[in-house]
Write a protein that binds this ligand. Structure first.
Ligand code: ATP
Ligand code: MG
Length: 374
């Protein structure tokens, strides 16, 4: 959350606790840039994390301990990310006031904008900028973040149980944007003026949809339409176990969106290809409709931008064969695969681990980058 932080350091660790995996990344300043000095990933038992929320603290703690043994990351202070229905990000307009004044007033201002009780939430904010209205009122734009206390409590318990210290809690979407687009200060005017970029991160339990404009993430929505749901659809339609359906999903994927063609992967019964692809196509069409609703909602809220022409795609679930083509067509936007190593250079001891997890690594890397800032 940018600023719920208790001290930064010269090497920062990001810990990304997901539904299928926990990932850790360590970043250090190096020359004019940054290096990825450590990286690792472990599996986590099914059901321990559900839709971005930790439900089994002990299982998560054991997985973190295993990750400590198996990765080349060393250190105690970690930044974690939160992304679930209990974290709300809103860009709001308020009458101009000084930062210190807003610190006192945010409690009262926030309730109008968040769907949960302020008393049960941890609040944070970032002042994006100020402006004059046509009728000469001095206003400011504030990025408001509210997170439910209970949810934070489980994360703290899981991390501390593994002997680590939670020094920063960030919003996962902010970490994703930082890793892919850099951590420059909000840009007030740039060549990008009037352009907004959509960032879609698909993992297993959740999809994170973010809109970035003038360098600032201005909109964020979490959806449960993600990799697991794609797999479950195949399992339901074809009457298979989740694991059988998962294996088919990974191998078959979607057909080419233009030609409808697909090659039958080796070792796969050709008669299975069509039902797999039909199930996936149905889910992906729902997925596209969901993303479209989010982007349209954003566009109706903002006066300047009319379309979103560029989308950055990441997350392990984004590896679904031919998905990018479906999104390009369905969203009428250019879809690019986001590069988690755009701003960090892996040292040789981290290279192999991170490149084999290139789609999934972006949150942990962005969290670590954020840990350096504070
Ligand atoms: N080649 C592939 N094709 C399609 N899907 C894939 C592929 N490889 C991985 N996935 C999917 O990616 C998902 C796992 O993503 P990831 O490891 O990033 O999730 P997570 O971070 O643990 O979970 P979350 O952040 O949602 O809580 C699974 O649904 C898996 O099926
Ligand atoms: Mg994840």
């Amino acid at each position: 959350m940018g600023s719920i932080s208790f001290g930064g350091s010269s090497a920062a660790i990001g810990l990304d606790i997901g539904t299928d995996h926990i990932r850790v990344a360590q970043v250090k300043p190096a020359g004019a840039g940054f290096e990825l000095s450590g990286y690792g990933r472990v599996d986590i038992p099914m059901g321990a994390v559900v839709e971005g929320e930790i439900v089994d603290v002990d299982a998560v703690t054991s997985a973190i301990k295993e990750l400590q043994r198996r990765s080349n990351v060393r250190g105690k202070n970690v930044a974690i990310g939160v992304a679930n229905q209990k974290v709300i990000v809103r860009l709001i307009d308020l009458p101009y006031m000084e930062r210190t004044e807003l610190e006192g007033a945010i409690q009262y201002q926030a309730q109008d904008y968040i769907p949960m009780a302020v008393e049960e939430s941890i609040l944070d904010f970032q002042i994006i900028g100020d402006y004059m209205t046509p009728s000469d009122e001095h206003m400011m734009e504030v990025l408001l973040v509210a997170a439910h206390r209970d949810m934070i409590g489980n994360a703290v318990a899981a991390v501390e149980g593994a002997g680590l210290k939670l020094t920063q809690i960030d919003v996962s979407s902010f970490a994703i944007v930082r890793a892919l687009m850099g951590m420059g200060q909000p840009v007030v005017a740039s060549a990008d003026e009037g352009a907004a970029v959509g960032v879609i991160h698909i993992s297993s339990g959740i999809t994170n949809i973010t809109v970035v404009e003038r360098g600032v993430p201005r909109f964020n929505r979490i959806s449960s339409l993600a990799g697991n749901q794609f797999t479950q659809a195949i399992a339901n339609v074809m009457n298979l176990t989740f694991d059988e359906a998962e294996a088919l999903k990974l191998q078959v994927g979607l057909p080419d969106v233009e030609s409808g063609m697909s090659d039958v992967p080796e070792g796969i019964d050709p008669s299975l290809v069509q039902p797999v692809q039909e199930s996936l196509e149905r889910e992906v069409n729902k997925f596209i409709a969901e993303v479209r609703r989010s982007l349209d909602y954003y566009l109706t809220q903002t006066a300047q931008v009319r379309t979103i022409q560029r989308i950055l795609l990441t997350g392990s679930g984004a590896q679904l064969k031919n998905l990018a083509g479906y999104l390009e067509k369905g969203l009428q936007a250019k879809v690019e695969i986001g590069d988690p190593l755009a701003y960090v250079k892996p040292v040789s001891g981290s290279q192999q681990a991170v490149t084999s997890d290139s789609y999934g690594s972006v949150v942990a890397i962005g969290l670590a980058m954020g840990g350096l800032q504070s």
